[in-house]
Design a binder for this molecule. Structure first.
Ligand SMILES: Cc1cc2nc3c(=O)[nH]c(=O)nc-3n(C[C@H](O)[C@H](O)[C@H](O)COP(=O)(O)OP(=O)(O)OC[C@H]3O[C@@H](n4cnc5c(N)ncnc54)[C@H](O)[C@@H]3O)c2cc1C
Length: 263
């Protein structure tokens, strides 16, 4: 069995059955199917692949910062395996789109991204994703791991400068580069001490902007169980559940299912 097929056998199906493109399209406004053709592949960091695609058909991609494309990375006999990647940039004139894939080394999505060649085509549906910027909030707090970097960059980059703090809790902070946004980025090493530092950063941000805890909104994305720790930490600090939007991007114990999410 080759590596790709071996990885595919680790991908579970939803107990209620696999979802197809049409099921996913029906769940989101402005969502449709696309054909993507790879124009360029590069690495800005050893850990992250930048993939730049042309889109067909020639219709505008109407997306909000933080939304993603759900790409079919493998058609495995009777199953289509999909993975979700945040729209990092979109060029309406050239009708091209950029995504960034974190290379973690042991999944079918990572295998797919690493083995892509310029000129390869795939199908995708999108834009998808319900979490967007809460425009009523005066301050925005982003906490996420490596897989959330594109979403945090896209959402934070859409804000008024100075109105957000971005906290990346990652395995190797030295691999990450300062993002070219006016927002404050903080890279923390995933360790026993991260919660203290996250608390200090959040408190520092709120105090420095003279905000109250009621005026901020937090956005969390990353590994499923960490999401719960981050949420509990923010609730301990004084945020209510309504002020927190959290999305599990992957699960530490097993591969995401065929529709691209942990089950
Ligand atoms: C809405 C949404 C948007 C997303 N946007 C992006 C994005 O822009 N860029 C991006 O890179 N990812 C993004 N993700 C996450 C990405 O889709 C998942 O990480 C994806 O499951 C990776 O697929 P895989 O096939 O490589 O690994 P999987 O098949 O899911 O997992 C295989 C094995 O690898 C482990 N694993 C999975 N992910 C990681 C990891 N990050 N670190 C260490 N081990 C891991 C699993 O526990 C499992 O043992 C997003 C997810 C969602 C739901």
């Amino acid at each position: 069995m080759d590596e790709r097929s071996r990885l595919a056998t680790q991908v579970p199906s939803r107990p209620a059955g696999d979802l197809g493109d049409q099921d996913l399209i029906a769940r989101s406004a402005f969502c449709r199917s696309w054909e993507l053709t790879l124009i360029a592949k590069s690495k800005q960091s050893p850990a992250m692949l930048d993939l730049h695609w042309s889109l067909r058909p020639a219709l505008p991609l109407l997306f909000s910062p933080g939304q993603d494309l759900t790409i079919t990375v493998l058609q495995d006999y009777e199953r289509a395996i999909r993975r979700r990647y945040t729209v990092r940039n979109y060029n309406a004139e050239r009708h091209s789109v950029g995504i960034q894939v974190f290379l973690h080394g042991s999944g079918v999505g990572t295998w797919w991204a690493e083995n892509l060649r310029e000129g390869d085509s795939v199908t995708a549906v999108g834009p998808r994703g319900k979490i967007g910027i809460n425009r009523n909030a005066l301050g925005h707090i982003f906490v996420g791991d490596e897989t959330a970097v594109p979403a945090m960059a896209s959402m934070a980059g859409s804000l008024v400068p100075g109105s957000g703090v971005v906290i990346g809790v990652v395995q190797e902070p030295e691999l990450w580069w300062p993002y070219p946004t006016s927002l404050q980025w903080n890279w923390l090493k995933h360790s026993a001490h991260w919660s203290k530092t996250v608390s200090e950063l959040v408190r520092g941000f709120i105090l420095s902007r003279s905000l109250s805890y009621l005026q901020v909104h937090a956005y969390l994305a990353g590994e499923a169980s960490e999401m719960l720790w981050w949420r509990d930490l923010l609730v301990e600090l004084g945020l209510s559940a309504q002020q927190i939007s959290a999305k599990a991007y992957w699960g530490g114990s097993k591969a995401n299912a065929t529709h691209g999410e942990p089950i």
